[in-house]
Ligand binder design. Structure first.
Ligand SMILES: NC(=O)c1ccc[n+]([C@@H]2O[C@H](COP(=O)([O-])OP(=O)(O)OC[C@H]3O[C@@H](n4cnc5c(N)ncnc54)[C@H](O)[C@@H]3O)[C@@H](O)[C@H]2O)c1
Length: 332
């Protein structure tokens, strides 16, 4: 393990919102391993990736609470770093109930911003943002100057939340960075159903020996493996006060782009050739908010921090299958 990284995190007080979810829990495990004092807050919402099993063995304090209403002052007092991962992440969910969506992704963000102003004025913030609000790309790869054209309510609320956080840097000088993530995958992803990326349900079906569905098939994705995403969040926090980083939103991609059909074949190959899939038309209710092909131009973040993904797609798929096969009962 990198000694500078360990020295940076040892004894740091860190709050991870959404800490029982997929990416938040991965961060909790990594931070605890680096010697940070970690508190996770999570509302354990049933439709997202929250899972108590995600924090098994992490050795972090989990506060069950909702950032829309919980008393935030005492939670944020004295923290050195906030990893802000809590969100309503469902695109269809945001369309169905945009008021609940914006309450979490934007209004509650302002509550957090204000609590930090009062009780943690020097804390660094890394905010989990999304590529979703670029909408259907007008060019590939997508860099940070690509127009923002949210295709759904969730894209609007996530963009608003990100902008409130970046304002804190522009107005008050707080070290804040936002990472606009591509589709992420790996251990602790929700695989029970298709609510958290298509790959979740694909993994489940392959492990259970059932066929999975590929909707469309030609769309490109640059999947990011969870360990690389965790590494990017740590790097963003470590560099958050550098002029090249502070107040900026960066795209974060992953593996070189592959079509969904290619991904399906590679998932089966990673499962020792076992598995099958059916190609279906994109469902009519989802088609209007589909973004087509996406892959990130994340050269800005790489240049600013030295980060680069380390886990290739085939290896990431293989590791994911091994991980879930041993813990299926906790995730289905
Ligand atoms: N996973 C991806 O592919 C991906 C892609 C783009 C952006 N992101 C962003 O990364 C962040 C983490 O995503 P994830 O995939 O880990 O999702 P997740 O659903 O697994 O985790 C989010 C967690 O936040 C919690 N949460 C939601 N609302 C809350 C509230 N009001 N108060 C407290 N906790 C609340 C949920 O219970 C859940 O555990 C989100 O902000 C998401 O928008 C993720």
């Amino acid at each position: 393990m990198n000694a500078d990284r360990q020295a940076f995190w040892r004894g740091k007080r860190v709050l991870v919102t959404g800490g029982a979810g997929f990416l938040g829990s991965a961060l909790c495990h990594a931070l605890a391993g680096l010697g940070a004092r970690v508190t996770a807050i999570d509302a354990m919402l049933p439709d997202g990736g929250a899972n108590i099993a995600n924090l098994e063995g992490a050795g972090v304090l989990l506060v069950r609470g909702d950032v829309r209403e919980v008393e935030l002052h005492s939670l944020v007092t004295g923290i050195d770093v906030l990893f802000n991962m809590a969100a309503q992440t469902s695109h269809m969910g945001g369309q169905r109930d945009p008021v609940a969506d914006i309450a979490i992704n934007a209004v509650a963000q302002v509550r957090l911003v204000q609590a930090l102003r009062e009780a943690a004025p020097a804390a660094r913030v890394v905010h989990a943002s999304t590529r979703q609000f670029y909408g259907r790309p007008i060019r590939l790869p997508v860099d940070e100057l690509h127009p923002v054209q949210p295709p759904d309510a969730n894209g609007v609320s996530k963009f608003a939340g990100e902008q409130y956080w970046l304002l804190e840097q522009r107005v008050l000088g707080r070290p804040v960075t936002a990472l606009r993530l591509t589709n992420c995958y790996g251990p602790r992803l929700r695989i029970r159903d298709a609510r958290q990326t298509f790959l979740g349900i694909w993994l489940r079906r392959v492990i259970e020996g059932e066929p999975f569905e590929v909707w469309g098939g030609e769309q490109l994705r640059d999947l990011a493996y969870v360990d690389d995403v965790t590494d990017a969040f740590l790097a963003a926090a470590e560099h958050a006060d550098a002029p090249a980083i502070a107040g900026r939103a960066f795209n974060l991609g992953g593996a070189p782009p592959a079509s969904l059909l290619d991904l399906a074949e590679r998932l089966i190959a990673a499962n020792d050739g076992e598995g099958r899939f059916e190609v279906k038309e994109f469902p009519a209710d989802r088609a209007p908010i589909d973004i087509g092909s996406y892959h990130a131009d994340d050269r800005a973040f790489r240049a600013a921090t030295g980060w680069a993904p380390k886990v290739g797609l085939d290896e990431g798929l293989r590791r994911s299958l091994v991980w879930y096969r041993a813990r299926l009962v906790d995730y289905v």
